[in-house]
Design a protein around this ligand. Structure first.
Ligand SMILES: [Zn+2]
Length: 156
């Protein structure tokens, strides 16, 4: 059976530990560096603002996906890749979870495939006729409007 004093000390120790952890992630520079922090290679990072402090370490960061609202961790390792290999500006940060990013990637891929298919398809056998008709129509339109006595923004 623990005494009241022991319990209080335990609670206090737990609170101090929690506070230290929170401050570590809020301001890593003034606190002991957690062993899982990944050092920043300052020569490799890019930033657009002169007043932006270059961090010394990447720390795992929790964020909320702006599309689906899911919580995800942006790991220190992923940050290092983004800022130093992919050359993302330091002002940028993770905004979408991996599932939403995958969805966007797939949609882009689908559109690219569609455009490729459109470019490679056989022309319609009447394509020359359609093009000629469209061209004639465009050329005749102002004349038709003038003859009609209406301006293009009139609706009646
Ligand atoms: Zn999401």
């Amino acid at each position: 059976m623990k005494s009241g004093k022991q319990r209080r000390n335990e609670i206090k120790a737990a609170r101090l530990k929690r506070m230290a952890k929170r401050e570590c992630s809020a301001n890593p520079f003034k606190r002991p560096i957690p062993e899982w922090a990944v050092p920043v290679n300052q020569a490799e990072v890019h930033y657009h603002s002169m007043f932006f402090d270059i961090p010394l370490f990447y720390l795992d960061k929790e964020f909320v996906c702006k599309d689906c609202g899911a919580k995800e961790i942006w790991t220190a390792k992923q940050q290092k890749w983004w800022y130093e290999i992919a050359k993302g500006a330091l002002e940028t940060t993770a905004v979408r979870c991996s599932a939403c990013r995958k969805k966007i990637r797939e949609e882009k891929e689908r559109q690219k495939k569609h455009m490729r298919e459109m470019a490679e398809r056989d022309p319609h056998k009447n394509e020359a006729f359609f093009k000629k008709t469209l061209k004639n129509h465009a050329a005749d339109a102002p004349k038709a409007r003038a003859a009609d006595g209406r301006r293009y923004w009139d609706t009646k």
